[in-house]
Design a binder for this molecule. Structure first.
Ligand code: PMT
Length: 401
């Protein structure tokens, strides 16, 4: 299985003095989990918001702050930046952004930022008024023009109870940005649409027939495709955090998902159906709420459209069509039959009765089937690792054409 593009990379994590500094600890943990060596730097001001003990413990080495009398190196101002594969500043305050724009190297972090040839990701976090102030807007524009990657803040609750734009991007988004910067851009220029989650078919105004899909596997495929440079549309029934760089199309029913997927498939190069689509829906939807006092209702079901089969019949030349198969027995035989019947290029089969596999878990184990190749089994791994293998297989299919 291919490793995360962060594995073995030396990443400097600069933490400046903002209330969001506590989130840098989660960013550090995720980078280390992905196999990176994290070198933490905190500014003086950051010490007002978080202590060094936790960050030192969760990074790969102790926190550094000092430009002078630094125990790690006699010349930390160049040593740290020269050895980095990537520098992330999260959170980045208005002051640290201004200093970086000016090359004002008054502390270890600012020295590191200008004594490096590594790519830099800046993750601003501040109050809305500050984020929208012309000086900050101008500083960000200048940094962007120099090739600095900016992970824009989100809108939401800010310190002091304020609401608005300026909240530090989520740790997932920051790590995804790092993967995008360090990973291979082997899907650059390619458009990918992914479906995720389980459809919900209404019985009446308040009740639905649903399934146990959490959307995690589909979101992981979308995030991996985006991290590798694709332009990604995610048709989804759930609202997990939006993977960086993906366009969301929210849907609920099989009919809505069919409409969204057919529209997207007309323009996208790669189509991945990871969603669990209901096979049956109530033939009639009751108006209002069915009353308990009227007794148990008789619900007549009718088949839903097979979205994937329809996409297979109308596949465009050169398009890659990928399905998933959720099985509880005869995994390979059942998945093989879906691969053939739905005219797929690849099917990702999971035995959803196995421990840790399929619906709602953070992990999955799959067998990849292609029309012209032997099945490939992938043992239990995180859904993101499974997504990486699926994207590798899609790229191999495109390269073979
Ligand atoms: O969302 P998670 O909690 O992370 O769980 C992941 C998952 C188990 C949902 C995922 O790994 C998975 O297996 N997705 C496919 C689920 C499914 O519906 O499998 P199926 O074997 O019933 O269908 C085969 C394929 O046809 C699927 O690609 C499905 O999207 C598609 N289909 C099915 C029925 C239908 N009416 N229209 C379809 O397009």
């Amino acid at each position: 299985m291919s490793a995360s593009p962060l594995a073995g990379k030396r990443i400097v994590l600069g933490v400046t003095g903002g209330i969001a500094a506590y989130k840098a600890i989660e960013v550090s943990r995720r980078l280390v989990d992905a196999g990176a060596h994290v070198v933490p730097i905190m500014t003086e001001a950051a010490h007002h918001f978080v202590g060094t003990t936790t960050l030192s413990a969760l990074a790969s080495e102790p926190v550094q702050t000092e430009l002078w009398h630094n125990a790690t190196s006699p010349i930390p101002h160049t040593f740290v930046g020269q050895g980095a594969d990537l520098i992330i500043v999260a959170p980045a305050t208005a002051k640290s952004i201004a200093a970086y724009r000016m090359g004002y190297s008054h502390d270890l972090l600012q020295n590191t930022l200008i004594a490096t040839r590594a790519p830099v990701i800046v993750c601003p976090a501040m109050h809305t008024e500050m984020w929208e102030h012309p000086s900050v807007v101008d500083n960000i524009a200048v940094l962007r023009s120099r090739g600095v990657h900016i992970v824009e803040p989100e809108s939401g609750r800010l310190a002091g109870g304020d609401e608005g734009a300026g909240r530090l991007a989520s740790p997932e988004s920051i790590v995804a940005a790092a993967e995008r910067v360090l990973g291979p851009a082997d899907l650059a220029g390619v458009s990918v649409v992914v479906s995720a989650g389980g459809t919900r078919e209404p019985i009446d105004a308040v009740r639905v027939i649903a399934n146990r899909s959490s959307g995690k596997q589909g979101y992981a495929v979308a995030a991996e495709a985006a991290a590798r440079g694709a332009s990604v549309t995610l048709v989804t029934t759930v609202s997990l955090p939006t993977p960086q760089g993906c366009r969301i199309v929210p849907v609920e029913t099989a009919a809505q998902m069919q409409a969204a997927m057919e529209q997207a498939a007309a323009t996208h190069d790669v189509v991945v159906m990871a969603a669990a689509v209901a096979d049956f829906r109530p033939a009639q939807v009751a108006e209002g709420k069915l009353k308990k006092r009227d007794g148990a209702p008789k619900i007549i079901l009718e088949p839903t459209p097979d979205i994937l089969a329809g996409l297979g019949s109308n596949k465009r030349v050169g398009q890659v069509l990928v399905g998933f198969a959720a099985e509880t027995d005869d995994l390979v035989a059942n998945a093989q039959s879906k691969l053939d019947k739905k005219h797929l290029d690849l099917i990702v089969a999971n035995d959803v009765s196995a421990p840790g596999v399929g619906f709602a878990h953070d992990t999955n184990a799959v067998t990849l089937l292609r029309p012209d190749a032997e099945p490939v089994e992938i043992d239990l791994a995180s859904k993101r690792d499974i997504a990486r293998v699926v994207i590798d297989a899609i790229i191999a299919l495109r390269d073979a054409r």
